[in-house]
Design a protein around this ligand. Sequence first.
Ligand code: AMP
Length: 209
Amino acid sequence: MNIVLLGAPGAGKGTQAAKLVEKHRLPHISTGDMLRAAVKDGTPLGMKAKSFMDAGELVPDDVIIGLVTERLQDPDTAAGFILDGFPRTSTQAVALDGELSRLERPLGAALLIDVASEVIVARLTARRMCEKCDYIGSAADEACPKCGGALYQRDDDNEATVRNRLNVYETSTAPLIDYYRGCDLLVSIDGDRDPDVVFEDVQKSLSLA
Ligand code: AMP
């Protein structure tokens, strides 16, 4: 199944994607992860993206569309994929539709993880990432409960940048909810619950066993 994950930063898209990957073996295409890896490796893409990311702004559409289009050519995506953090603008959504129709691999669902913005600010400023595995923890964890790795705070999880990311989300990305509703692909899930409960709902709504 080809799935797009929608939702504000911190809504739990990464957490749900990790669960889908583990259980259903679908490749996880996270544009945020791809950009952070490029920044870490100091590639030209990373150097171009870093200032936008640090400010909580969107990386230009042409850059990100190129990145995703290229990734979708990889054979591991042919049997399905989870797109996390893309599309984030109408231009990106239209480009994705075009590429998927060219590849004859239409979207199966746009899954919205819905969480109120006050909850998001508290969640994101307390969020901690494992430097070794994909675990997403919180300030309450001393080390990664999954692999014991050290936890760090993402540069863009400080309060000022979080608020800007939420503004950018409301302006540029939230309109995609109507876009996918119009395509009859929208599946909306209440994300303000325990991640395992949210995941049960996700699987039920997508008819994944
Ligand atoms: P995320 O990990 O999805 O929250 O993304 C972190 C940052 O990467 C965002 O705040 C943007 O600066 C950038 N980014 C990730 N995905 C996109 C996208 N689809 N379009 C533009 N910028 C993106």
